[in-house]
Design a protein around this ligand. Structure first.
Ligand code: COA
Length: 269
């Protein structure tokens, strides 16, 4: 009996965790098993103090061929309720879990990136692409639309003319063009992709973890707020940062004291 390979691989490079979508035979198309594995992986990395930055990439020649077209358009064997849950998970893990993940995330786009793969790139904080990687909002070519979080992702990262041109034509483009339109930070030759991405990840991993987390939260929420609400929000986040950096340590020390039996916070004076 052969074991089914895990749909997600996890590897550490010191404080940087590399998460690899691992369905190379299906060009890392996102099916229910891969989505569940990504949710579990991110939830475990959230609590893992050794992990300070997450890099997401794909095994084999592609980064991600989007949603698994066989599973998502041929699920007659699923009940309506379980199908709804699968579809909800498929969107939520990207636009909620990944987009608001408490540690910085970098998409390392090693190869083909289509449809749903776009929102995977957008929901990461940063992205570095292989200059030759092929991208495409290909849905229009099979009479579909950029569904789930893809339309919103495109609206939030691209200029309107670029987003609509790509969505209405389904034209493929390469990593160099993805850099020009701001879909990725940088496009580099394939042989430099890993070293380049890891250098960036390690640079960020060297910063204060609480400041990184709140910088990201401030940016993500401020983008959706008006000026007054965003000033109030970032003021509150500044106090939260102080609390995390100062009180957080003393609070943790108190919990350690309690666990070691040195402190009985409920005892009478
Ligand atoms: N869903 C399910 N299976 C997919 C898939 C997807 N989105 N994309 C690729 N695959 C499968 C193919 O069916 C094939 O499976 P098989 O070997 O069992 O026949 C396998 O992955 C390899 O695909 P292939 O087309 O032979 O590889 P390629 O390297 O020549 O081309 C792509 C790669 C990604 C360019 C091409 O597969 C493609 O256009 N896929 C669809 C991408 C897309 O439009 N996604 C949007 C979905 S929202």
């Amino acid at each position: 009996m052969t074991d089914t390979p895990s749909p997600v691989l996890i590897e550490s490079d010191g404080p940087v965790t590399i998460v690899t979508l691992n369905r190379p035979d299906k060009r890392n198309a996102m099916n229910a098993a891969l989505i569940t594995a990504m949710i579990e992986t991110l939830e475990s990395l959230r609590a893992d103090e050794r992990c300070r930055v997450v890099v997401i990439t794909g095994a084999g020649p592609a980064f991600c061929a989007g949603m698994d077209l066989n599973e998502f358009f041929g699920q007659e064997d699923r009940t309506a309720a379980s199908r709804e849950r699968v579809i909800q998970n498929a969107s939520e893990w990207r636009y909620r879990l990944l987009r608001h993940f408490p540690k910085p995330t970098i998409a390392m786009v090693n190869g083909g990136c289509f449809g749903g793969g776009f929102s995977l790139v957008e929901c990461c904080d940063l992205a570095i692409a292989n200059r030759e990687a092929r991208f495409g909002l290909s849905e229009i070519n099979f009479r579909h639309i950029p569904a789930g979080p893809v339309s919103k992702s495109m609206a939030s990262i691209l200029r309107p003319r670029d987003a609509l041109l790509l969505a209405l034509t389904g034209r493929p483009f390469d990593g160099a063009h993805a850099e020009r339109i701001g879909l990725v930070n940088e496009a580099v030759p394939a042989e430099q992709l890993l070293a380049h991405t890891l250098a960036l990840a390690h640079e960020i991993a060297g910063k204060d973890a609480a400041a990184l987390r709140l910088t990201k939260e401030s940016y993500r929420y401020a983008a959706e707020m008006g000026w007054d609400a965003s000033l109030a929000f970032t003021a509150a986040k500044s106090y939260e940062l102080l609390a995390r950096q100062v009180n957080g340590e003393s609070r943790d020390a108190a919990v350690l004291d309690f666990r070691a039996g040195r402190l009985k916070p409920g005892a009478s004076e």
